[in-house]
Ligand binder design. Structure first.
Ligand code: NAD
Length: 490
């Protein structure tokens, strides 16, 4: 079954109909219509999957999708156009450019925590770049997966963009097939399996993975505002966000204050009880519920800690005086537990972060530019937001992706288009200026190599992409013509 779908999508790509920009724009517009016409159905599916509030569905998934669609549609001609590049003397009269072209057939494997954004955002780039794509949503967000499978063929070219639902066996079957790009979102363990499968066909991959994203709170900052922002980012979607702050690092002197401010914020966000609030989500299933609950073992609960397995409910929970060797600090939490680990100073915080895998996101709160700069200069992460959390994700001008264990490749906005394109190097030579080519033809000599050095060096036109080469050539030609004219006249 998977095999037929893949063959069908490849045939659709080979038909060439995804190449014209008008086709791509029409598919993007259709995708936009799907989202706007079925906003309520999408919200309903997410309510069933993860108890997501309809407002959060817009905030965390649909607004970003709409922005990316509009951006791609209005900039497609520019993005897909050949981009002229600098030349050297030997190519001065030739056309030299980079041409983004479709890679072919992509496989998009999504995760369950934001099932619409994580499948459709890569798809927007795949469509814009002129590819075909097989879309494989996560089986864990089953209502969303079913709805996607039902809706997508009603709006898009169904041979070009088929949806395959199913779990691990279906995904593994798909991974045996040859694709021209695999775009995977999920955990790092499966990410390695995806990369291994891709390597059999030398297929390039984008791996959007996770990990533990640290959050350092300097004592010199607006702790109330910092905690309000962190509380939002940590407990949105019940903590199941790849770039949620995983844990807090701070000096012992401000730990109690942080707990207090988070308590105040939680009262403001969920005045009655998070359990009855329409704005507070649920853990995706009992397997993940048990996993998250087990992470609390041995920890001191400062706030929250309530749970109800029958509803996959875990209240917003803060854990204090957590030690680095605790289980909760060994893996990504991906749930509403916020451990606070104390460090003596900024250097220790930086040392702590650098002693672990490279995170997907990093957060630092401080009034002090020196603190911020040290954190930026002495650590690495996929992305970073200073004095807030997660907001770098919302700017589609910024590439979104991980580094090291948190992933490879990047997307959002034009970055998705670039990721899904082959940037073909094109040199279209003319038959003119053959004399310059002596420099590379036998019989070679010192003089010819010297000439080669001259014609191949790019500094001739480093200032203005060939303009000065043209200026030099035009001057030489003009002077030559003038001399010839004078010779004829005299
Ligand atoms: P998941 O269980 O939904 O798995 C993701 C996909 O992989 C699914 O489509 C699933 O069918 C497939 N899959 C699972 N096991 C497989 C196997 N053994 N072989 C082949 N395919 C398999 O999602 P998850 O991994 O639980 O997602 C959560 C993780 O994803 C977290 O680590 C989170 O940080 C990360 N994440 C990253 C981003 C990002 O943009 N970087 C976004 C969301 C989630």
């Amino acid at each position: 079954m998977e095999m037929q779908v893949v063959d069908g999508a490849r045939e659709a790509f080979q038909s060439g109909r995804s190449r014209p920009l008008e086709y791509r724009k029409q598919q993007l517009r259709a995708l936009h219509r799907l989202i706007t016409e079925h906003q309520a159905d999408i919200a309903q599916a997410l309510k069933q999957d993860i108890n997501r509030s309809m407002y959060d569905t817009s905030l965390f998934e649909l607004i970003g999708l709409e922005n990316d669609i509009k951006l791609a549609e209005s900039n497609l001609a520019d993005w897909a156009a050949p981009q002229p590049v600098k030349k050297n003397l030997s190519t001065a009269v030739d056309d030299v450019y980079i041409k983004p072209e479709p890679l072919g057939l992509a496989l998009i494997i999504g995760a369950w925590n934001y099932p619409w954004a994580l499948t459709l955002q890569p798809l927007i780039g795949a469509i814009a770049a002129g590819n075909a794509a097989v879309v494989k949503p996560s089986e864990l967000s089953e209502h969303s997966a079913r709805l996607l499978k039902e809706l997508l063929p009603q709006y898009l070219d169904k041979e070009m963009y088929p949806v395959v639902t199913g779990g691990i066996p279906e995904t593994q079957e798909l991974l045996k097939q040859r694709f021209d790009h695999i775009f995977y979102t999920g955990n790092s363990t499966v990410g390695k399996l995806v990369m291994e499968a891709a390597s059999r066909h030398l297929t390039p991959v984008t791996l959007e993975l996770g990990g533990k994203s640290p959050c350092y709170i300097d004592k010199n900052c607006d702790i109330a505002v910092a905690c309000r922002r962190i509380t939002w980012g940590k407990f949105a979607n019940c903590g199941q966000t790849c770039i949620a702050p995983d844990y807090i690092l701070c000096e012992p002197s401000i730990q109690d204050r942080i707990v207090e401010e988070i308590r105040n914020t939680l009262r403001e966000f969920y005045p009655e009880d998070p359990k009855t609030s329409p704005d507070y989500g649920r853990i995706i299933n009992t397997h993940h519920f048990d996993r998250v609950m087990a992470l609390m073992e041995g920890c001191t609960i400062a706030l929250g800690g309530e749970s109800d397995r029958s509803q996959c409910y875990i209240s917003p929970t803060v854990l204090q005086n957590v030690l680095p060797h605790f289980r909760i600090m060994q893996e990504e939490i991906f749930g509403p537990l916020l451990p606070i680990v104390t460090v003596n100073d900024l250097s220790e915080a930086i040392h702590f972060i650098n002693g672990r895998e490279k995170p997907l996101a990093l957060y630092v709160f401080s009034y002090d530019k020196k603190v911020i700069n040290r954190m930026l200069m002495e650590t690495t992460s996929g992305g970073v937001t200073v004095n807030d959390v997660m907001m770098h994700y919302t700017l589609n001008s910024l590439p979104f992706g991980g580094v090291g264990n948190s992933g490879m490749g990047r997307y959002h906005g034009k970055h998705t288009f670039d990721q899904m394109s082959h940037h073909r190097s094109c040199l279209i030579k003319s038959f003119a200026m053959e004399s310059l080519n002596d420099a590379r033809y036998p019989p070679l000599s010192v003089a010819r190599v010297r000439k080669a050095k001259l014609v191949l060096q790019t500094r001739w036109c480093s200032c203005c992409s060939g303009m000065c080469v043209w200026a030099v050539i035009s001057t030489v030609v003009a002077v030559g013509l003038l001399i010839a004219l004078l010779v004829v006249l005299l």
